[in-house]
Every structure is written in C-alpha cells, then in structure tokens.
Design a protein around this ligand. Structure first.
Ligand code: CA2
Length: 144
C-alpha cells in the first residue's frame, strides 16, 4: 500500500480559529479527516503533520525518504522564502505536490513566487480544503 506524507507549515494550526474570511472555517483537524476519508477510498496510507518550524519540516521531509512514496506539501509562507525546503525536496527525490488553500496568484505579489514549485511535480491552489483530497488523488495517479 502506497504511503503519503501530508505536511503543513507555519500558522496552518490556526485554521478555522483566526481570519475565517481569508482561510475559511475549516480546521486542520477537519482537513485531516477529509484526507483520511480520501486515503481510505484510494487504499492509501497517510501521515498528517503540521509544524511551525522550518527545520522540523526539513527533518520530516528527510525522514519521508524511508517512510513514504510521495509528499503533499502546504509549506505556508515558507513557500515564498525557503531555499532550504526546496533543497530538502530535491535531496529526497520523492514526488511532491505543492498545495495551497488560497489562490496565491490572485493575492499579493510576494506570494506569486514559490521555491517549492521549482521542484514539485505539480501545484494545486485556490480550492480551499477540497484541494487536499484533489492532491491525494493526483499523487495517487502519479504513483501508479
Ligand atoms: O493558501 C495557503 O494555503 C497558504 O499556504 C497559507 C499561508 C500563506 O502564507 C501562503 O501564502 C498561502 C498562510 C497560512 C496562515 O494560516 C492562517 C490560518 C488562520 C489564521 C491565520 C493564518
């Protein structure tokens, strides 16, 4: 059975608790349940994680090399700044789907740059929480 790491970055632990007008009312726990349902449907194993710490995210990506077949990454604001996360993804050579709740291209200019996209298999953004099951389905297809 294929296994996927779903990794969420800084501030995403606040989903549903602050700024619902920007990020919606869905909590990260709700999203985890959506992901588990999609994974059950597709017969996949998932590990769902969140960290506010760039180094901890890099450690999880390194560990994924021996534990998982692919990664879905919502790196939050680190998307737009982190060469270190980009290098970590390159180093593990696993397929990665970059994911965002919001359409980063319809937002501020600084969100239009993504270091993750340069090494990702593909990018899904702008579909809110529904983007997570979409990304699981897309990664499952890529792993066939
Ligand atoms: O749209 C996304 O998924 C983002 O990755 C979310 C990041 C943002 O920096 C990226 O540009 C796009 C921000 C996550 C912050 O989440 C919060 C949730 C509730 C309250 C405050 C922040």
């Amino acid at each position: 059975m294929a296994s996927i790491l779903i990794l969420n970055g800084p501030n995403l632990n606040l989903l549903g608790q602050r700024q619902p007008e920007v990020y919606g009312a869905t909590t990260l726990a709700d999203i985890e349940r959506l992901c588990e349902a999609k994974a059950d449907e597709l017969n996949l194993t998932i590990e769902f994680a969140q960290s506010n710490d760039e180094g901890a995210m890099i450690d999880l990506i390194h560990q994924a090399r021996d534990r998982h077949d692919g990664i879905i990454l919502n790196a939050g604001a680190y998307t737009h700044t982190s060469v270190a996360l980009m290098d970590a993804i390159s180093s593990v050579a696993l397929p990665v789907i970059e994911l965002h709740l919001s359409n980063i291209h319809a937002r501020e200019e600084f969100r239009h740059t993504s270091y993750i996209a340069k090494v990702a298999l593909g990018v899904i953004c702008g579909f809110g929480a529904a983007g997570y099951p979409m990304a699981i389905a897309a990664l499952n297809e890529a792993l066939q």
